[in-house]
Structures are given as structure tokens and as C-alpha cells.
Ligand binder design. Structure first.
Ligand SMILES: [Zn+2]
Length: 405
């Protein structure tokens, strides 16, 4: 009896003196990425996990738990780790996000966050995250539209389904094909919102959307490097090369299948191919929307024409754009050396270089949509979608102009 009383007393005492749950920082969720060196005295020393990326890169996405009511400084121990509007923060498990800085001049190596009294679990990321979960939610919104075929391009190297949306397959009136790709570089999440916008516009019942559905087959791969998106890799400059330097080489099943299926399915159609990216983390040209031109003169002329049309539509959009933003081939990072490399005797290259060489391609290009700040405007899922809708309208006008080519 006495023993029992002591035991009960001990139990009661334990529940009073139990230490508070310790602060934890983890990345055990789809798209997560962080290395934690220490958490001490209100300072967390953290770094992006580069994994197989051969140079410094900046993608991070992590969760902090049990820091409610506390102020923590997150020190990345190096420059160019935090975007110009600070980190994107989500207190509702990734449903909604906000940037911590209203102006685009945030420190590029650290940020401080005051956790609210109820903020038991908070996500921090380079920009609002976009993983398979977001695609599933988008799919739910559009799935009842007739003629959509949600299928797969192939299995990834880790056995995941690489999603493919096909629209208008076998339409005898389709003289055109529109191929849209995203996340060749898996960390470039902001571009995914623009792709959602393109699909939204084509299914919206608008004149442009209806024309496209009547006259083109559509082929969308939302996550080329699917494993990288879900595993939270940087993806950029993977060893021995990343997905957007795998054309002709075909080391990755996604690129091999994309090359084969485009040529197999669309060889008799006029092909428009667009691959969607985000630039480097911040500063200079990385803080406005642009398209880098390729070495192919025919495609450069086509892109010039396309982006003039796009400029007209984007005038009413939130993200500023001018044709002069585009980066000529041979300037800055956009060089021969960057895009072409011999590996094992094969000349590897990028998506638009490969697509631009197909005999039936009338337009092949890429875009660079900034992560968080475009010409002093905060980039959000909504205005990135709006930009995507305007890009789609411009694809349609471009096709209409080239009916008789
Ligand atoms: Zn990229």
C-alpha cells in the first residue's frame, strides 16, 4: 500500500516537472531539405542539403516544431541562401504561405522569426512549395473536364509515377501539338504555378482555350525530375549532369521517354515546346521575368515573335514584362559552354536545344520566373498563374499566325 502511494506521488511529480518538448527542425516530409548543425540560445545554424549537386545551391524546406512563443534566428552561415523577400512561411501545413519581408531587400544569409503562442509547427521554404500533393489538388479541380487523360510518362528511377496529362489525344483536327514541361530542375517550384495557369486557361472556356482544344494535342509533364521534387533535392547540376543537360544522352528515364514520345506522337504536327524554369536565387536579372534565347536562329526568331505577343497580354498582368528582358544567346550565363558538353562521346544538351532541332518544331523556348521578386512585385501562386494564363493566350495567337507555315 505504502509503495503504491509513493508510486502515485512520483507519477504526479513527474507530470509537473516534465521538461517542455524540445525544439526540433526536420525535413521528413515531401520536398523537405535541410541540414541542422546546432540549435542553441535562440540561434539555429542550418544549411541546404546539397546531396549530389556539385556546386553551391540554395533550396531549403524545413519544419520547426515546439518553438511557440519563442524568437529564433536561422543562420545559414553563408551568402545567397535566403531570397530577397525572406523565407516563405506556412503555419497551416503548406496550404497558404507568406514572405516575411514586404520589401525585396532581406538579408541573404539569415532570418529571424517570432513564433506565435499557438504556432507549434511552422514550415519555412525558399518559396511556396509545390509537390505532388499540390498537383493532386489541382487535378481534383479540373478532373471533370471532358477529354483529360491523367496518365504517366514513365516510372522514375526510384519507381515513382512521372505524371503526364494528355488532352485531345487522337483528335483528327489537331494540326498542332503543345508540349509543356516543368521541374527539369526539381527545386524550381514557382514555375509550377505558371504551368497551372496555362492549363487553367486552356480549360476555362475562353476563346483562346477553346481554339487550342479544337486544334491541338496537349502534353504536359508537371514534374520531369519527380524523384527530386518529392525527395527535396536541389536537382540543379546533379552529378554527372542534371535533367536539363540529359538530352541526347538519355541517362534518365524521364528524358528518354519524353524524347521518344514527342517524336512518336507529334511528328506530323506543328510543335510548340515550352519548358518552365526559375532562375538563380536573387539579384540582377534573377529578379525579373525573362526568356533566355538559344543558338538556333529559327527558334530565336520564333521566340522573338512569341514574346512580343506575350508582352501584349501580360500588360494587364501583375508581373511586369518587356521583350527587352530576354537574354540573348552568348550573354551572361546563357552560353554554348553552359548548354553543350561532351560526355562519354555524346553531345549532351538542354530541352529547348533538343526540341528546336526537330523538323516540325515551330516554337521552342524556356522561361525563367523569379522565385519571390519580379521587377519589385512579390511573386505569388496567383500572379504566377495569371502569367501562365497569358502565356497560353500567346501560344494560341502564335499558332493561329502559323496556320499556313
Ligand atoms: Zn532550371
Amino acid at each position: 500500500m505504502k509503495k503504491l502511494v509513493i508510486f502515485a506521488l512520483l507519477l504526479t511529480l513527474c507530470s509537473f516537472v516534465r521538461a517542455e518538448d524540445p525544439i526540433t527542425i526536420d525535413c521528413n516530409f515531401p520536398g523537405g531539405n535541410i541540414l541542422v548543425d546546432s540549435i542553441k540560445d535562440g540561434v539555429a545554424r542550418v544549411r541546404p542539403d546539397l546531396r549530389d549537386t556539385t556546386k553551391e545551391w540554395f533550396y531549403f524546406a524545413f519544419r520547426v516544431q515546439n518553438a511557440q512563443g519563442q524568437k529564433i534566428r536561422f543562420d545559414f552561415q553563408g551568402p545567397n541562401r535566403v531570397g530577397s523577400r525572406g523565407p516563405a512561411v506556412s503555419t497551416d501545413g503548406g496550404k497558404t504561405w507568406f514572405y516575411t519581408s514586404k520589401t525585396p531587400n532581406h538579408s541573404d544569409r539569415e532570418f529571424t522569426y517570432q513564433f506565435g503562442p499557438d504556432e507549434k509547427s511552422v514550415l519555412f521554404a525558399l518559396a511556396p512549395m509545390y509537390t505532388q500533393k499540390n498537383w493532386e489538388e489541382f487535378k481534383e479541380k479540373i478532373k471533370d473536364h471532358p477529354g483529360l487523360n491523367f496518365t504517366t510518362l514513365c516510372k522514375s528511377r526510384k519507381g515513382r509515377d512521372v505524371e503526364l496529362l494528355r488532352i485531345g489525344e487522337g483528335n483528327p483536327d489537331a494540326r498542332f501539338a503543345l508540349v509543356l514541361t516543368c521541374r527539369h530542375h526539381c527545386c524550381e517550384m514557382t514555375a509550377s504555378w505558371a504551368v497551372e495557369g496555362m492549363i487553367t486557361e486552356m480549360l476555362s472556356g475562353s476563346e483562346a482555350g477553346n481554339w487550342l482544344l479544337a486544334n491541338a494535342e496537349i502534353f504536359v509533364v508537371p514534374f520531369i525530375d519527380k524523384d527530386g521534387v518529392e525527395d527535396g533535392d536541389q536537382g540543379k547540376m546533379r552529378a554527372p549532369h542534371d535533367h536539363n543537360r540529359d538530352y541526347n544522352h538519355r541517362l534518365y528515364p524521364e528524358i528518354k521517354n519524353l524524347e521518344d514520345q514527342i517524336q512518336e506522337n507529334f511528328k506530323d504536327k506543328k510543335l510548340v515546346f515550352f519548358d518552365n524554369h526559375c532562375p538563380w536565387i536573387r539579384y540582377g536579372m534573377n529578379e525579373y521575368f525573362y526568356s533566355p534565347m538559344g543558338p538556333n536562329e529559327k527558334m530565336t526568331a520564333a521566340c522573338d515573335e512569341y514574346f512580343k505577343i506575350f508582352e501584349k497580354y501580360q500588360k494587364s498582368g501583375q508581373i511586369p514584362y518587356k521583350v527587352e528582358n530576354n537574354l540573348p544567346f552568348g550573354k551572361d550565363w546563357n552560353t554554348e559552354q553552359n548548354y553543350f558538353k561532351y560526355e562519354n562521346g555524346i553531345l549532351t544538351t538542354g530541352s529547348k536545344m533538343w526540341a528546336g532541332k526537330l523538323p516540325n518544331t515551330i516554337l521552342a523556348g524556356t522561361i525563367e520566373l523569379p522565385y519571390s521578386n519580379a521587377s519589385n512585385v512579390e511573386v505569388t501562386p496567383d500572379n504566377a498563374r495569371e502569367l501562365g494564363r497569358n502565356m497560353l493566350k500567346a501560344f494560341v495567337e502564335f499558332m493561329q499566325r502559323h496556320e499556313k507555315d
